[in-house]
Design a protein around this ligand. Structure first.
Ligand code: GTP
Ligand code: MG
Length: 178
């Protein structure tokens, strides 16, 4: 069973919520304080182990700027999994994430595994010097939406790495692998 199992995954979400930063953390275990906006989309791969299996993620990191919205179907059409990201310090970014989830439910694979991820947790968590008052999306609100729509749900930080690996491994665990 040395042959890796390929999982095509797309990242969607409003500009600057940290999609590319989540991928950079997962793929290179790095973080950049001033990451440039993605133009069009970027493609990256990463392997990870799940029990006795090797998963090879093929990741399309899309651009969140509105002018690129129409390109998104090219990237989610054949995807088995999606990460829909928002920024826990920006309420409007959750609304945008909800719009993406609805678009995926209408247009993407019926059995697509979707994870809703609230990023920038470091800015609101006391353990990282953050301030809970900066939070604009209550965790209960996002979790309720995720439960209602059958999504995996996480809060994470690309900056500290909190929960980032868990997002990808939990997705891998939900994909029918054979
Ligand atoms: P587009 O490519 O334009 O759609 O943006 P994006 O969603 O890929 O965001 P990107 O990863 O470029 O991050 C935007 C900014 O937020 C950058 O300056 C990052 O350094 C910062 N950032 C990303 N993730 C985090 C995080 O977890 N915590 C903090 N504090 N900042 C973050
Ligand atoms: Mg980006």
């Amino acid at each position: 069973n040395a042959k890796p199992i390929q999982v095509k995954l797309v990242l969607l979400g409003e500009a600057a919520v940290g999609k590319s930063s989540l991928v950079l953390r997962f793929v290179n275990n790095e973080f950049q304080e001033n990451k440039e906006p993605t133009i069009g989309a970027a493609f990256l791969t990463q392997r990870c182990k799940l029990e006795d299996k090797i998963i090879k993620f093929e990741i399309w990191d899309t651009a969140g700027q509105e002018r690129f919205h129409s390109l998104a179907p090219m990237y989610y059409r054949n995807a088995q999994a999606a990460i829909v990201a928002y920024d826990v310090t920006k309420a409007a970014s959750l609304e945008k994430a909800m719009n993406w989830v609805e678009e995926l439910k209408r247009q993407a694979n019926r059995d697509m595994v979707i994870a809703l991820v609230g990023n920038k947790l470091d800015l609101v968590s006391a353990s990282h010097g953050g301030d809970e008052a900066v939070r604009k999306v209550p965790v209960a609100q996002a979790r309720a939406y995720a439960d209602e729509h059958g999504l995996l749900f996480f809060e994470a930080s690309a900056k500290t790495g909190d929960n980032v690996l868990e997002v990808f491994t939990d997705i891998a665990g939900k994909i029918p692998l054979d």
